[in-house]
Design a protein around this ligand. Structure first.
Ligand code: LLP
Length: 427
């Protein structure tokens, strides 16, 4: 086997049995940097960003993507994405500060998120956020107060809740009326009238985000329909609507069999552009997962293999603390041995982590070549919501992160030191 392309894409290959990402042998990285370890292919991330930007430009010149920082917030990743022309979509004061620390101008930031605090809104006003995506009447009051004190103006968009089922995992389905997100169209209209009365607020857009890991594009069209009707009403009221923000949410394949069904950027843009009230309106998107998920792997080492009554457990050195998605959403992540290909006669393992919770698992009944202590496994499609959802539970230090770019490797975050975990504590 030499250099054959693998799932999830051509950035992965096996050369003489060894798994490579972006041309770099993963077992070498595990050896040099230790495990658990996150590794991202930045060439892949950049090419995904360029691909989406191209599809958006085909809609019109002002259409643009804002990367959802919560998916992968490492400063180096944000810098790379910003250099490809993406703006940033943030949901907290912390994420604003991260973007500023990266050197990103606040004008390139959209401030989304439910329950923005007074301090976060003041920070946004102080630094000059490009657009506030408003989700409640209270936020408008906080914004008006903060702008008044600063003597400034701000652009805002209203996030409506379109009551559309994104047909995804219930914990990441955000477009239904029963969820906490956005404003129902009636309340949104009341808030719009209030905004239009305040000269310090510019009602420049309508936004929506119906959920994450969505495969069914009809759900975006349904949401788009609600958004367009609402935007038309605002235009009739005289609002200077210049953009529609259809959020993020495009799903990615986690299994080879899903590759053919996974929607492309072109199909996504075609679906969401139906939300535009007219041809000059800019289309904004807030992709996270679809830009970075398949570029990343979590490397973990087998500590030991243990037989249960009916199962074989591969006990590994990463778990729910490094990758929470299986524990939280029963999410499937394909697992590969970094030095040996999986074949049809392989054994089946539950790949489980060290944390003292039954839910600390990474793979269930996963086919893998016969494992022994010291073997390294790659947990695929972990570039999004992997490191950003990692925790210190069981007093575990968060892992290091590496970037591969043009076949060279860069440490973009050191592994945490244990002592830093109690540094802020006092007797
Ligand atoms: N915009 C807003 C307002 C959002 O809330 C989100 C994600 C995005 C954009 C980006 O969505 P994406 O393109 O990444 O699907 N932790 C979960 C995902 C939670 C997503 C929360 N909001 C997971 O690991 O599946």
């Amino acid at each position: 086997m030499t250099g054959e392309a693998l799932f999830p894409g051509p950035h992965f290959s096996r050369v003489n049995g060894d798994l490579h990402l972006g041309g770099v042998k993963l077992s070498d990285l595990a050896e040099k940097y230790g495990t658990p370890l996150y590794v991202y292919d930045f060439d892949r991330i950049r090419s995904r960003a360029r691909h989406l930007a191209k599809e958006l430009h085909a809609v019109n010149e002002r259409s643009r993507a804002f990367f959802a920082v919560k998916a992968l917030s490492n400063l180096s990743a944000l810098k790379a994405l910003h250099s490809e022309g993406l703006g940033m979509d943030v949901v907290s004061g912390g994420e604003i500060e991260r973007c500023l620390a990266t050197g990103i101008n606040a004008r390139d930031i959209v401030f989304s998120g439910v329950a923005k605090s007074r301090d976060e809104i003041s920070l946004g006003v102080r630094v000059g956020i490009g657009c506030f995506n408003i989700e409640s009447p209270h936020e408008v009051d906080l914004l008006i107060a903060s702008l008044g004190q600063a003597g400034k103006k701000a652009r805002v968009a209203l996030r409506i809740n379109p009551d559309v089922d994104g047909k995804t995992h219930e914990k990441i389905n955000t477009g239904l009326a029963e969820t906490k997100f956005g404003l129902n169209p009636t309340l949104a209209m009341t808030v719009a009238r209030k905004i239009l009365q305040h000269p310090c607020l510019i009602l420049s857009g309508v936004s929506s985000h119906i959920g994450s890991q969505i495969f069914d594009l009809q759900t975006f069209r349904d949401a788009g329909h609600e958004v367009r009707e609402f935007a038309k009403n605002l235009l009739e009221l005289g609002a200077p609507i210049d953009h529609i923000d259809m959020g993020g949410g495009l799903g990615v394949a986690h299994r080879p069999g899903e590759l053919d069904n996974a929607p492309t950027f072109k199909a996504w843009v075609d679906a969401v552009k139906t939300s535009l009230p007219n041809r000059d309106t800019a289309l904004h998107l807030e992709p996270g997962r679809s830009i970075v998920a398949d570029s990343g792997v979590l490397l973990t080492r087998v500590i030991e293999v243990k037989s249960g009554d009916s199962k074989k457990f591969a006990l590994v050195d990463a778990g729910m603390t490094e990758l929470l998605r299986p524990a939280l959403y029963d999410a499937y992540h394909r697992i590969e041995h970094v030095a040996r290909e999986t074949t049809d006669n392989d054994q089946r393992y539950d790949v489980v982590g060290p944390v003292c919770e039954t839910s600390c698992w990474l793979g269930e009944d996963e086919p893998l070549p016969g494992l022994s202590s010291g073997d390294v496994l790659a947990i695929l499609t972990s570039g999004a919501y992997g490191m950003t959802m990692a925790s210190n539970y069981n007093t575990r230090a968060k892992p290091a992160e590496l970037a591969i770019e043009q076949s060279s490797v860069r440490l973009i975050r050191k592994q945490e030191t244990l002592s830093s975990l109690w540094e802020l504590e006092r007797f």
